[in-house]
Design a binder for this molecule. Structure first.
Ligand code: ATP
Ligand code: MG
Length: 450
């Protein structure tokens, strides 16, 4: 089960080191799940880890000595080795005031958040150390706090979010007493730094069962701390095109889109504007006029507040903005090319937009077969048009800005942009005219008079 280079480290540190694989690595190994890193723990103090590893010719970086952590490079991979430690008092709901090194393994395991994260496996071989029943909880697919959940969530509010995130990633239930403790600890959860909140929400969204994690956020009240704009989606009834209310539909879209940040965040936020734009027409039909724009606004507030990256915000905005566009048979070539041009302008690949659209359709929960056929037909049409590589953006024009200035014999200015847009419109209508000669001709006719 262990990774061979770990044995080399074990040899370097000696048998007294009690080198253990701990935390997420043990959990994921037992589940047969891939994991990004190996978390190791040892009885040795950091100085001794550094000395012995260096003596054995290993590269060592003192990354977090005050927390007992040393990073050892094994076959070009950084591996964190942390001295068994216990946490001092938690005064701010975020991190302990102090940590105490040199405790025993069981005490180290007892500070960890959930039973499934509180097991240790000796690197050199030997029995699993599992003082809190983590293995049983893994088999039962349960997330259970180590010790009293009220106390554990009171120490560190991040754990409440981690519970929901693991539920999503692993498809596990949160054990009832653990879940029941979250609403009572929202005051502590509120103090978690926004960057960590974003990281947890992002992992939750990219999990295998994101609908489970989102449902837990809503049930426990965590949703109201970080995504309060979404609460009105729960129970917001829709019209005859939908089987589900806005929230249930949203969870379905999140589940159905590929597990990438941009798609998952866009799925979560794409209909956030619906409750606020809901109206009932004279015929009794329910409408959500302008909800795409309002959803876009809400998405931008939320992602800005959570300090999401510019790239993510841009991708989500493009997906939300265009989620209501449904090219139909009735659209001619020019309309399709204009739409493709918008996607190019916003840097949104066609297949990304299509993956989102398909999930959104299917999540309506009605006429699935017909929706699939319609989607395929529309996508192959757009795909065929795009494959012909028609000019779709200003940079595709057969005459660039320099050529147009020369032609007009005047320096650049607002006239140039205007002219380029006109040329692009003409080229979108008929790609065949995108030659230097024909564009020059057209430009001559459209040059400003003075
Ligand atoms: P992943 O790496 O997938 O995020 P993980 O369980 O490995 O999951 P890490 O943040 O890497 O999580 O932490 C490693 C281990 O440290 C955890 O498995 C857990 O034992 C412990 N741990 C991490 N964060 C906390 C916390 N906030 N409170 C208590 N223990 C924690
Ligand atoms: Mg980890």
């Amino acid at each position: 089960m262990t990774w061979a280079p770990l044995l080399r480290l074990q040899e370097a540190l000696g048998p007294q080191a009690e080198l253990m694989i701990v935390g997420g690595a043990v959990r994921d190994e037992l589940l047969g799940r891939p994991h990004a890193d190996w978390d190791l723990a040892t009885k040795l103090l950091p100085q001794a880890v550094m000395e012995r590893a260096r003596t054995a010719g290993l590269k060592v970086i003192p990354t977090g000595l005050q927390h007992g952590t040393v990073t050892v490079i094994l076959e070009d991979r950084p591996v964190e080795v942390t001295t068994f430690r216990s946490d001092g008092d938690y005064l701010d709901g975020r991190r302990p005031e102090s940590v105490r090194l040199g405790v025993d393994l069981i005490e180290d395991l007892s500070r960890r958040d959930f039973t499934i994260n509180a097991m240790a496996l000796p690197v050199g071989g030997g029995d699993l150390v599992d003082p809190f029943g983590g293995r049983t909880d893994l088999a039962a697919r349960v997330i259970r706090a180590v010790g009293d959940p009220l106390q554990r969530f009171g120490e560190d509010g991040l754990r409440t979010l981690r519970a929901c995130r693991f539920a999503s990633q692993l498809g596990f239930e949160v054990e009832p007493a653990t879940l029941a403790a979250i609403p009572q600890r929202l005051g502590v959860a509120r103090k978690v730094a926004v960057e960590r909140v974003f990281t947890e929400l992002d992992k939750l969204l990219r999990g295998a069962e994101p609908q489970r994690g989102l449902d837990l956020l809503a049930q426990s009240g965590l949703l109201d701390l970080w995504l309060p704009e979404l609460r009105p989606m729960l129970g917001c009834g829709q019209n005859r095109h939908h089987r589900h209310d806005v929230w249930v539909h949203t969870l379905e879209v999140v589940r159905l889109v590929p597990a990438e940040s941009g798609l998952r965040w866009a799925a979560l936020l794409h209909d956030a504007g619906k409750p606020g734009t809901r109206s009932i027409g004279p015929d009794g039909e329910i409408h959500f006029y302008g909800h795409e724009d309002y959803s876009l606004e809400i998405a931008e507030w939320i992602l800005e507040r959570l300090r999401a990256s510019h790239a993510l915000r841009k991708e989500v905005a493009a997906l939300v903005r265009h989620h209501g566009t449904h090219p139909t048979e009735a659209w001619g070539g020019p309309a399709c090319r204009r739409f493709l041009g918008r996607l190019v302008e916003e840097g949104l690949p066609l297949d990304q937009w299509a993956a989102f659209g398909l999930a959104d359709h299917l999540a309506k929960g009605l006429d699935l077969e017909a929706r699939l056929v319609e989607h395929d037909r529309m996508l192959s049409r757009l795909g065929a048009l795009a494959a012909a590589r028609p000019p779709l953006a200003l940079r595709d024009l057969a005459l660039d800005g320099g050529a147009l200035m020369k032609l007009a014999d005047r320096p650049g200015g607002p006239w140039l942009g205007e002219l380029q847009r006109r040329l692009l419109e003409a080229v979108l209508d008929d790609p065949a005219i995108n030659t230097p000669e024909r564009l020059a001709e057209l430009a001559q006719r459209n040059l400003p008079n003075n």
